[in-house]
Every structure is written in structure tokens, then in C-alpha cells.
Write a protein that binds this ligand. Structure first.
Ligand SMILES: *Cc1c(COP(=O)(O)O)cnc(C)c1O
Length: 489
């Protein structure tokens, strides 16, 4: 063992750059093989105990061999990933990733800039991506926006601006205890859980979010919304904001945004649209009319890591009135003063964000848009919706299957039925079908319960899915249904 002389300074740079380059090239080659060979592998597989054990080894104290660490990762990490990049993954609601996106994350790290702000090309690129998204969404150039870690954070940014704008007191200075009346927000009973979490984090409490019942098509009952607002005003609440969902997580239902926007205008309420699923329909040639009106929102959240397949994570919050957005989040202490020149010149991106340090996550969005253009992303969205209609037709043609909700966009809710079976038995059967599909690596749907009825849920947010995958899926659902019903293991 050679000891470093006491005056030798260390660095994290590799001692042998060509050797590092060779390793990096190998990683790229392996990555290409991994992604191009997806269809030949199962969607997911359970992790053996020794893999779990590998991730419980203690922190290394001394330097190790990076090539060796990479070999260990190839064995233990990639074979046990979630599977959402596979053509037959349709669980929850996720994008399928892209190789270009992976390169974007790599190049963002190579650039290394901190996106809190600064006089850098990275900040210009971030602003350009936000501007592109504004134009894709029909928002004016004067609106503000920020790229977030995802939709939950984008919704939280927007709810915060809505709260501060509607509070009637200076919430930043006085806090919510200074509110003369409790604030009330509204969303349908199908709204995403992050809306309630947001209310909790904002200190308003879950009860400040009044859930409006959804109708048979799972959209918000707009008449019930109007009645709730009137009732709340009469009983001492201060109605502040309506959250409309453009594409619910359960079924893909799209709230009647034009009608809700009319109510918000008449009642002087903030309109926030949670468009994490559906906002991108705006760019889909055959389906954009479904989200007419979202451009009227005071704020809009969306998720490029869903229907644009940008690798995790990137969400986006847009706010129509940039001044209100800035008033909510800008804060400059002495060490963060704005300067007329130099590296720190220009408006801070952190003036629109909770976070100060952020990565150049904009780069993977920028590269994806440069490579494909808005039009191709729009066609891929239409393609998923056509595939969901195809799957719906397969379900409707099969007497052993029942459609459980109208298919609006790319989410299909259905279940295997058995004559005479009650709800509990059907829930058990369909859960078991779903779990076997996942465990056997065949396909990955998820499940949910809507209006009290359990169902298998297929959300086709996947640029790799083909119709033959859906044919195979239905064949396997029926096979497993028979296997389970006949008591076979
Ligand atoms: C996915 C989703 C969210 C949360 O987004 P994340 O990116 O997972 O944080 C919010 N709202 C809706 C409607 C969603 O589908």
C-alpha cells in the first residue's frame, strides 16, 4: 500500500481518462442492448433474496474499482427494475422513458450548472423549454412557469400561489393563523391524492378541500360544485380555488373545464387545472378538443415524464399571472443578491420555485422535442388513445369480461366476471389475475376501485405498445381467469 504524501492534493477526476472513457463507452453499448432488447424480456420479475442482500451491504470505507461496481449493478439493478419502459407496462400512470432522455440526463450532469439561477446557457435553455410548454398549452408568453420534480410538486406550486392570491391577508408574513375566514378549495372525488397532500402541507388541512361528487362518467358534478360554493359562503368559509382534473388517474375522465371556468369567473375563484395526465392532449391532432378550455386556467400542472416519456423526473407548473407567482416565492438574502453583471446576473429561476438548487432537467425535454417535434408526440398520444379504444372493443366483445368505466382517453377499466359472484369474490379474482400477470412477467396492469367496484386498470402511456400486445394481454387474462377459477396454482 502506498501512502499519499501529506502535501498531495486529491481529486475525484479519474487517474486514467482513456480507461474511464472505455468504461463509459461500454455503458452506452450495454444501454443500447438493454433498451433495444426489451421486448424479448419479461416486464418484471421478483427479486431473489441475494439481490436484496446485496443492497444491504455497508458503506465502503475505501476506494473501489468502478468497473467492478458497474458489473455488480448490471447483475443486481437493471434486471429488477419496475418495467415501465417495457411495451406491456400499463400500471398506474407513467412514461416509458427514451434513450434520448437518458442522454439528456447525462449531458445535463456534464454541463453541471445549478438551475437556481445564473447567467448561463443552461438557464436560457430552461426558460426556452418553459416557453415551449406555454405555447404548446395555449398559455400566453407573459405567463410564468417552472420545471419541477413532477406533478405533485407542480400542483403544490400552483396551490400555493392560489392560496396566497386568494387569502385576503399577507400569508407569507402573517401565516395562515391570520386568515379571517377558513379557505376552501374544491376538487372532484376523483382528484389525485397529491391535491389533498398539498392542502395538508399548506397548513390548510384536508378538510379545506371539499370533494365534489363525480357523475357516472367520473367527471365533476358541476351543479354540485355551484351548490357547494354557495353553501360554504353562507356558512363562513372563503371559497378560493377550484381544481379541475383534465384526465383523472382512475379512469382518464376529463372534467368540464369550460363550465368550471365559467363558475370560477362568476364567483371570482382561482381555476387550477391538474393536467398531469391530460394537458398534453392539447398537442394531439385527433383529441385536442377534449381539453378545450384548459388555457383559461389561472394555473396548470403537467407532467412531461408521463405522456412525453421523458425519464423521471420532470413536471411543470404554469401560472397565468407571473407577478403573483413571483410574489409567492421570490426571496433574496445577502448571499443571493441579484447583480447587474457576472455569473449571477439575470432573474433567478428560484424566484418561481420552492427549490433553489435544481438540475438541468430541461435538457432531456429539449432534446426530445428537437428530435421528435411536437407533432410526433401528438401522434403518439393519439396512438395510445386508439389502442385504448381497441382494447375496449376486445373487452366488450368478450362475455367473460366487463368494461367498468367509459374509456375517455387511454385508461381502460374492466374486470373478469363470473356469473353469480359477489363483489368480494370478483375483487379477489381480479387482484389475483393482476398479480399473476405481473409475477409471470407477462404484462403490468394495476387495479383500482371506482364507485365501489374493483377493476383491473390499463393505462396505455407507452410509445412501445403495439396492438398485438393487447391481444396477448386479453388472451392471458382469460387464461389466468380460468386457471384461478378451476383452482389450479
Ligand atoms: C401522476 C399524477 C399526479 C402526480 O404526479 P407525479 O409526477 O407522480 O408527482 C397528479 N395528478 C394526476 C392527475 C396524476 O395522474
Amino acid at each position: 500500500m502506498t501512502l499519499h504524501p501529506f502535501d498531495t492534493e486529491e481529486t475525484l477526476d479519474p487517474p486514467d481518462w482513456p480507461q474511464m472513457a472505455a468504461l463509459a463507452h461500454r455503458m452506452v453499448d450495454d444501454a443500447v442492448a438493454h433498451i433495444s432488447g426489451l421486448r424479448e424480456r419479461g416486464v418484471w420479475q421478483p427479486m431473489p433474496e441475494e439481490v436484496r442482500a446485496f443492497f444491504r451491504t455497508p458503506v465502503p470505507e475505501q476506494p473501489g474499482d468502478l468497473a467492478q461496481a458497474y458489473a455488480e449493478l448490471r447483475q443486481h439493478l437493471l434486471p429488477y427494475s419496475m418495467g415501465n419502459i417495457h411495451p406491456r407496462f400499463w400500471a398506474w400512470y407513467m412514461g416509458a422513458g427514451s434513450f434520448t432522455g437518458a442522454l439528456g440526463d447525462f449531458l445535463a450532469a456534464v454541463d453541471g450548472s445549478n438551475l437556481g439561477g445564473g447567467n448561463t446557457a443552461a438557464c436560457e435553455l430552461d426558460r426556452q423549454v418553459v416557453t415551449w410548454i406555454k405555447s404548446m398549452m395555449g398559455f400566453p408568453a407573459t405567463a410564468s412557469g417552472t420545471l419541477t420534480s413532477g406533478g405533485s410538486m407542480a400542483n403544490l406550486v400552483c396551490l400555493t400561489v392560489a392560496r396566497n392570491a386568494g387569502a385576503g391577508v399577507d400569508v407569507r408574513a402573517e401565516g395562515i393563523t391570520a386568515l379571517p375566514k377558513p379557505l376552501r378549495f374544491y376538487a372532484s372525488d376523483q382528484a389525485h391524492s397529491c391535491i389533498q397532500k398539498g392542502m395538508e402541507i399548506l397548513g390548510l388541512g384536508a378538510r379545506s378541500l371539499r370533494l365534489i361528487p363525480s357523475r357516472g362518467d367520473f367527471t365533476m358534478d358541476v351543479a354540485a360544485l355551484e351548490a357547494a360554493i354557495a353553501e360554504d359562503r353562507a356558512s363562513g368559509w372563503k371559497p378560493v380555488c377550484v381544481v379541475a382534473t383534465a384526465g383523472t388517474t382512475n379512469t382518464g375522465a376529463i372534467d368540464d373545464v369550460p363550465a368550471i371556468a365559467g363558475i370560477c369567473r362568476a364567483q371570482d375563484l382561482w381555476l387550477h387545472v391538474d393536467g398531469c395526465i391530460g394537458a398534453l392532449l392539447k398537442i394531439a391532432p385527433a383529441n385536442h378538443a377534449r381539453v378545450d378550455g384548459i388555457e383559461q386556467a389561472d394555473s396548470l400542472s403537467l407532467d412531461p415524464h408521463k405522456w412525453m416519456h421523458v425519464p423521471f423526473e420532470v413536471g411543470c407548473a404554469l401560472v397565468k399571472d407571473a407577478g403573483l407567482h413571483r410574489d409567492c416565492l421570490a426571496l433574496h438574502h445577502a448571499y443571493l443578491e441579484e447583480k447587474p453583471r457576472g455569473i449571477g446576473a439575470g432573474e433567478f429561476l428560484a424566484d418561481y420555485s420552492f427549490e433553489l438548487s435544481r438540475s438541468l432537467k430541461a435538457l432531456k425535454v429539449w432534446m426530445a422535442l428537437k428530435e421528435n417535434g411536437v407533432a410526433k408526440f401528438g401522434r403518439l398520444i393519439d396512438q395510445n388513445i386508439a389502442q385504448a379504444q381497441y382494447l375496449t372493443a376486445l373487452v366488450e366483445a368478450e362475455p367473460r369480461l366487463a368494461l367498468m368505466a367509459p374509456t375517455t382517453i387511454n385508461v381502460v377499466c374492466f374486470r373478469h366476471v363470473v356469473p353469480g359472484a359477489d363483489e368480494a369474490r370478483l375483487a379477489a379474482l381480479n387482484t389475483e389475475i393482476m398479480l399473476r400477470l405481473q409475477e409471470q412477467g407477462i404484462a403490468a396492469p394495476s387495479d383500482t376501485t371506482i364507485h365501489g367496484r374493483h377493476c383491473i386498470r390499463v393505462a396505455i402511456t407507452n410509445h412501445r405498445t403495439r396492438r398485438e400486445d393487447l391481444d396477448l394481454f386479453i388472451r392471458e387474462v382469460l387464461r389466468l381467469g380460468q386457471e384461478i377459477e378451476s383452482g389450479a396454482a
